[in-house]
Design a protein around this ligand. Structure first.
Ligand code: PMP
Length: 290
């Protein structure tokens, strides 16, 4: 296997990817007992780092793991992983598992967490997806009831995403009890009569950093934005639907279940929001935003 990065971080060491080894008894491998983060890097700077670190704290607290590093330590680990000569935008992947112990569901005492991180070039969505929008399918949200934890156990998400791909779509829009929660790996926004609506935070969605930024930007520019349950009927009658994530940014969804969203083209609100988002990113690259 070839790797796009020259080194990875594993438990205090910086190693060539092929030399990084984790025990088969790691609880991440055995139970999916761990959490992760993905942090985009624009212009060599870690985008919204404080927000990502506070979500990391929340995920760790939820699975009863102590944060093994201070914010400053994380910053220096991530910075060392960034490809210095890499002109492209990058992303940091960070994973913390409970560590290595004989297989037993109960937490072992005195266990040392496994900490793994790497940087890689950021793979943006193809420009035609941004220009024309993408297709999505609705599926039952078969995940557990703690989707707010950024858990590495992503079997349901992977099954749902693959189901979308098998149906020629890019993302699965998950529906729980008639209400849209989020995408398999993204948050969902609906535009209806000039207002934005996205699911409220809680245990059924991951609190996306991009979601929060879109809400923040909307409110700063006088765009109405409600954090309210999105019923399936609201999705079907929406003027626009978007997905948001750190790596896909803000992507228009123009077909859902083989039917056009609105007029089947990315809408004016997306154009406006994406321009505002790019302005924010530019200000960030220039050191004028966090
Ligand atoms: N929901 C889920 C289930 C996700 O996996 C992700 C991230 N891939 C998101 C939402 C978006 O979060 P963020 O904007 O922080 O990338």
């Amino acid at each position: 296997m070839t790797h796009p990065m020259s080194q990875v971080y594993l438990n205090g060491q910086y190693l060539p990817p092929d030399q990084a080894r984790v025990s088969v008894f790691d609880r991440g491998f055995i139970f999916g007992d761990g959490i992760y983060e993905v942090i985009p890097v624009f212009g060599g700077r870690l985008f919204r780092l404080a927000h990502h670190l506070s979500r990391l704290d929340a995920s760790l607290a939820a699975i009863r793991l102590r944060n093994p590093h201070t914010a400053q330590e994380w910053n220096s680990i991530f910075t060392r992983l960034l490809e210095k000569d890499g002109k492209d935008d990058q992303s940091i992947y960070l994973q913390i598992t409970r560590g290595v112990a004989p297989r037993d569901h109960a937490f072992p005492p005195n266990i040392t967490p496994t900490v793994f991180a790497y940087a890689q070039p950021l793979k943006y969505s193809p420009p035609e997806q941004l220009a024309q929008g993408v297709a999505a399918v609705t599926t039952a949200d078969i995940r557990w009831a703690r989707c707010d934890i950024k858990a590495i156990a992503l079997l349901a998400n992977a099954l749902l995403r693959q189901q979308a791909i098998d149906q020629g779509a890019v993302e699965a829009i998950l529906v729980r009890d008639g209400v849209v929660t989020e995408g398999a790996a993204s948050n969902i926004f609906v535009v209806k009569n000039g207002r934005l609506i996205t699911a409220p935070k809680g245990s059924f969605i991951l609190p996306g950093i991009t979601r929060d930024l879109v809400v923040e930007i909307a409110r700063a520019h006088g765009i109405n934005c409600d954090e309210l349950p999105v019923k399936l009927e609201t999705l079907s009658s929406a003027d626009e639907v978007w997905l948001t994530s750190s790596t896909k940014e803000i992507l228009p969804i123009t077909r859902i279940d083989d039917k056009p969203v609105g007029n089947g083209k990315p809408g004016p609100m997306h154009t406006r929001m994406f321009a505002l988002y790019k302005d924010y990113k530019q200000a960030f690259i220039q050191g004028k935003a966090d």
